[in-house]
Structure formats: C-alpha cells, structure tokens
Write a protein that binds this ligand. Structure first.
Ligand code: G16
Length: 535
C-alpha cells in the first residue's frame, strides 16, 4: 500500500478536529459539509471490503429522508444487502481516526479482517440529487483510487437501483443485467406478465399519482415511463424542479404528519403514493368523499402482500413457511390482523432494514416492512428454485399457474432491499389482480390512532433500549415513567429510541383515540426531555 499517496490525498479531505460520527441505522448521516473526510475514507473502506470478500461493493451517497442540507454514505455488500455489522465498526473507526492515525487504523482493519491487499478491488458508486452529492461522490472516487481500486460510477440512481446493480454484478448476471435498462426491463416484464392475468380494467385502478419528494425517484420514474404498459398511467409530482428535497413532501413527511404532501392535488378516492428522497420507501394514501385523509403505510403494504402470497403459496401446495417481520413502530392492529385473522407468524426486530432483512432470511418467504414504508419480500433459494421448477414441469394447471404468478412476483420484487419503484409495481399488480380499490385495501383493518414525535436532547445516546427497542434501559426511571403513563389510556403502548439517522430521540405512542395517542406521546416526550438531560 502506498502510504505516502494516502497521506497526500487524505490531507485534501481533512477531518474536522474533534468531530466523531457513527455508522448508524443506514450509514453515516450529518450536515453535508461535515462529510468530505468520511466519504473519502468510505472509498478506502469499500476497497478493503472488496478485497476481503473478493466481490464488488457498492457505495451510495445519500441521506434519504433527511433534509436537503444533510448528506450521508453507506456501503452495500456483495448480494446487495447492507454492510456486515462487523464492518460497521471498522467504518466508524476509520471515519473518526485522526489524520496521523489513519495508516495505523487501516493496517489494523486489514489484520482483523484478513484483507489480502494483493487482490483486486471493484466498487460501484451511486448518488442522489442533493446539491452536495456530486462533490462528495468525487471524494469517494479519490478514496477508491488512492488504494488502487477499480470503480464504476452510476451517477444519479435510486439507492435500491445501486443495491440491484451490485447484486447483478456479483451473481454474474443471474439476478439481472447490471444496467439501468436491465433494471427497467426486468421489472416491467414481470409487471406486464402479472397484470395480463388481471380481469379488472376500471379507469380509476390504472391511474396513480406519485409524490417523488423532489428527489431521484422523479428522474428514474420518468426514465422508466416508456417501459410501462399502456394500462398504467403514472403521474409524477414533486419532481425537484421547483421545491427542495423532502420539504413538506415525501414518504417520511406523509407518514409522520399523517397528511398529504404539498404539491399534489388529490381528488376524492384517488390512489396516491409518496416516495422518499432516495426512493427506497413508499406509502400510499387517499382522501375520502368527506375529505378525510387515509394513510396506508408499510404495515398495510406488508398485509396486502402477505394476503396475496399466502393465497398463491397455498395453491402450489409446498408447505413453504411464510412470515412477516416488523418493528416496534408497527401498528398494534396490523400485528393483530396478521397473526389472528391471516394466521401468519409475525416477528419484531430493531429498527433498520438490515435487522428486518436478516430476520426475514430465516423463512421460505419473509415479508418485511417498517411502518414508514421501507421493505420488501425475500424468497429463500430453495423456495425460488422450487417455484421456477413448478412453472416448467408441473402438470396440474392450477398449480402451475399459481407458480407462474409467484415467479413473476419474485422477478418484480427487488429482493436486495426495500425499493419504492418495485414495491409500487408489486402493489399495483396485486390491486389489479385482486380487483381491490384503495378503499377496500384500507378497510382490511383500522389502524389504532398513533403519534410519532421527536425530541432533541443533549446526548441521545443516554437512551439505551432492549426487547427490540420496546423498553428503555436507561436513563434510570424512564421506563417506569412510560409504564405509568401508558396505564392512563386504553389500548395504549409507547416507546422511545435514539434515532440512527438524525440527532433526535424518537417517540411513538398509540391509544384508543387520536387525542389520547397525542397526549401520551406528548407526556412521554416530556419525560424523555427531563430524564435524559438529568444525566
Ligand atoms: C433509514 C433506515 C430505515 C429507518 C429510518 C429511520 O431510512 O434505512 O430502516 O427506519 O432510517 O431510522 P432512525 O429512526 O434510526 O432515524 P432512510 O429512508 O432514511 O434510509
């Protein structure tokens, strides 16, 4: 390794003294101006990771749902999954090393992770539409080049598109072609195969209004439009030409505020959806004739997909194990509906797609969604192989047709990570195939009224949690206080956790009425505010 060159380049990407950042829920996130040294060093780390696993690694510059002024960076592992947790630690060490320690930290990582420096390295790069992203991705390239890695810069792509490219590359094309055309062709072909079998052609079911959060989703959907069948008319709003990224729009805004985004005029009963800033999350919604807003979040998306999969998995009669993975944010009534009505096992894990993905891998078919609309479906290799085999060889027509339906679903779903474009097509296909309106989908169960709040405290790390983040271990007395507050209301539940993407503590509460959910969330936030700052 040429440490002299490293020293020279690193000096061009200096670390602000005293600044310490952590690889959080989805990589590093901070104000963009604090990230130059971090992205340079993540370029270095991507090269080391690539050498360690002898595969292409992805690196995405984005801060997804965060405000436009923020930015972030995360690494993507060979099959398109999130970076392995053991390397998250190395990422944090490398990002926080003082200039003079850099060489030592790199050497230590190489020793601990048995990195063979003589191997080749290959890195795929992508970025979102933030004004700071282009320059930051140049710094990533500096990091890759100084360690002699090869790179392919995809430029502006959605986060899930980059995950897809990495997976395609490392499976030698088995997962698909590692190009944008390859992605559009794969998804649109599977989608068309599916809707060919739908019998409903109501005008209202073909139009969809999409709020793209003023982000990359608008660009990529426009590119994809020519690939869509005529039966689907998508209308793009908040395309980034007028307003700021994620400002008063996007999936996070709609979910947190439980109201429609700005910039999208909604007529009664029209089906609408919102992507987030890097198009890995999606939520649906509509306004009824009385003008009331109805949110259809990740929990209801998981439910719709589970209903569909359960029906078709039963038809192929293979005894595949289907399960749903949620987080503590899942609405209590969604969990009850899935378990008690649909009879699908539900598992709860910590926030962060990486945790849900990991758990979902335990089943033949694992549906995972965060309530915020981030999720996908995983099919085990064995299940996928069996389904494809049934399509080719099964003599029983009904069984073979059901297998075909599942096969197209497998191809339509981006199994590497939650993907707003792919999820949208999955949902649109299921609604068309089952002849469901958005209102009928919404009516599967009624969400318990809930409220999400955030509180700023001096140091959010004073909050430590357990039991998939449902209980607080510290600061002392906080959980007892939450328990006492929860007891005041019916059907109530509340929890707190430090965010891994913003400098805030998140509070979630649900109860029998909206007033009670709001009051409980407010009281819990006051408890957090006082107890966290006492430490
Ligand atoms: C990221 C993660 C999600 C997580 C969200 C909020 O989303 O990928 O899994 O739910 O942050 O995390 P936290 O509550 O820790 O801030 P995105 O869309 O911003 O990448």
């Amino acid at each position: 390794m040429d440490f002299e060159a490293l020293k020279k380049y690193s000096a061009l990407h200096p670390k602000p003294a005293g600044l310490a950042l952590q690889y959080g829920t989805a990589g590093f996130r901070s104000k963009a101006e604090q990230l130059d040294h971090v992205v340079f060093r993540m370029g270095l780390l991507a090269v080391l990771r690539s050498k360690a696993v002898t595969a292409t690694i992805g690196i995405m510059v984005t801060a997804s749902h965060n405000p436009e002024e923020d930015n972030g960076v995360k690494l993507i592992d060979p099959l398109g999954e999130m970076l392995h947790p053991s390397w998250e630690e190395y990422a944090t060490q490398l990002a926080n090393a003082e200039e003079q320690e850099l060489q030592k930290v790199i050497t230590e990582i190489c020793q601990k992770a048995a990195v063979n420096l003589h191997k080749d390295a290959s890195v795929f790069i992508g970025r979102d539409t933030r004004p700071s992203s282009e320059k930051l991705s140049q710094s990533v390239i500096d990091g890759i080049q100084v360690l002699g890695g090869q790179y392919h810069d995809y430029g502006l792509v959605t986060t899930p598109q980059l995950h897809y490219m990495v997976c395609c590359q490392n499976t030698q094309g088995q997962y698909g072609k590692a190009t944008l055309e390859g992605y559009y062709e794969k998804l649109s072909k599977a989608f068309m195969e599916l809707i060919k079998q739908s019998h409903c052609s109501g005008e209202s079911q073909r139009h969809l209004k999409i709020d793209c959060a003023n982000g990359i989703g608008a660009l990529k959907l426009s590119e994809m439009k020519p690939y869509f069948p005529q039966e689907v008319a998508i209308h793009i709003y908040n395309d980034g030409t007028k307003e700021k990224l994620n400002h008063l729009c996007g999936a996070d805004f709609v979910k947190v505020h439980q109201k429609p985004p700005g910039g999208l005029d909604m007529k009664p009963n029209e089906r609408c959806c919102s992507f987030d800033g890097d198009a890995d999350r999606i939520v649906y919604y509509y306004k009824d004739t009385a003008g009331h807003f109805h949110l259809i979040d990740g929990d209801k998306i998981a439910t719709l997909i589970s209903i569909f999969l359960k029906e078709f998995l039963a038809k192929v009669k293979q005894d595949f194990k289907l399960a749903v993975v949620q987080t503590a944010y899942a609405n209590g009534n969604s969990t009850r509906y899935l378990q008690d009505t649909l009879k699908v096992p539900v598992h709860c894990v910590k926030t962060g797609v990486k945790h849900l993905h990991h758990k979902a891998q335990e089943f033949d078919v694992g549906v995972y969604f965060e309530a915020n609309g981030h999720g996908t479906v995983l099919f085990s290799k064995a299940a996928e192989t069996k389904i494809r085999q049934l399509v080719k060889e099964e003599k029983d027509d009904e069984k073979r047709e059901a297998a075909k339906m599942l096969e197209n679903m497998i191809d339509l779903i981006n199994q590497t990570v939650g993907d707003a474009v792919s999820d949208m097509l999955v949902i649109e296909a299921i609604l068309a195939l089952k002849g469901l309106t958005v209102q009928q989908w919404d009516a599967l169960y009624t969400d318990l009224p809930n409220r999400l709040l955030k509180v700023q405290v001096a140091d959010r790390r004073v909050i430590d949690t357990t039991d998939a983040e449902r209980r607080a271990l510290t600061p002392p007395g906080l959980q007892e206080k939450i328990d006492a507050l929860v007891k005041k209301y019916k059907l109530s539940r509340a929890f707190v956790r430090p965010s891994g993407t913003e400098d805030v503590v998140r509070i979630y509460a649900e109860a029998d009425t909206q007033e009670n959910a709001d009051a409980l969330a407010h009281e819990v936030s006051l408890a957090v505010f006082y107890l966290a700052d006492e430490i």
